[in-house]
Ligand binder design. Sequence first.
Ligand code: ADE
Length: 250
Amino acid sequence: MTSPFPMRFDIFTLFPEVFQPYLVVSILARARRQGAVEVQVHNIRDWTTDRHHVVDDEPYGGGGGMVMKPEPIFAAVEGVLGRPPRAPVILLTPQGRPFTQAVARELARLPHIALLCGRYEGVDERVRQHLVTDEISIGDYVLTGGELAALVVLDAVTRLLPGVLGDPDAPAKDSHAAGLLEHPHYTRPPVFRGWEVPEVLRSGDHGRIARWRREQSLRRTWERRPDLLAQADLTPEERALIARWQTKER
Ligand code: ADE
């Protein structure tokens, strides 16, 4: 069931045109049509008051690069959301807290959030101190701006909203949902270039399939992301299985 009120996203950016193509395809398009999510994209430049619509300036203290000026950002966010803003204002920045599935779940519980996309060397510190309520990074690398990060957050959160995915259990099965990576997937044909789909998946035995998938999921996580295992929700039998893999390896 879709909730009677869409979750609302207000996105503040200097490049609103980058959002549109993603909003009109696939899950995001459907979620908007269904009324599960509403996305408003605002051009920060529209909130400048000078003749040249200047949004950036040189940093105090010198050094290279440009810094986003505070006035148009405050004007845009407060113009749309009120003063003080009626929704959390999240700055996308490599200095933010790491974005994870748990953070996506946390945000999906909120009725309304604002995403602020930085550009250039960053935003004037007073924006972070007096307007922004949360800061999120999508990973330890530096993008040209926060726009891609905002799309990542929008996408990951929207798929968690009630009624958005056809299968109501789908979010629970995703990689990271239970703190583990997902098992491998196969579709037809059963043999492609001589490479077979594992026999168990064609057996029709749902118990066996579920056990195989769970073990594959554990194995993948152990091989690729052992850091996730410490926090994962595992049975004592599963912990013992991993311990056996560990001893075999040595
Ligand atoms: N802006 C630039 N790099 C970023 C990152 N890694 N995460 C979020 N916003 C960003």
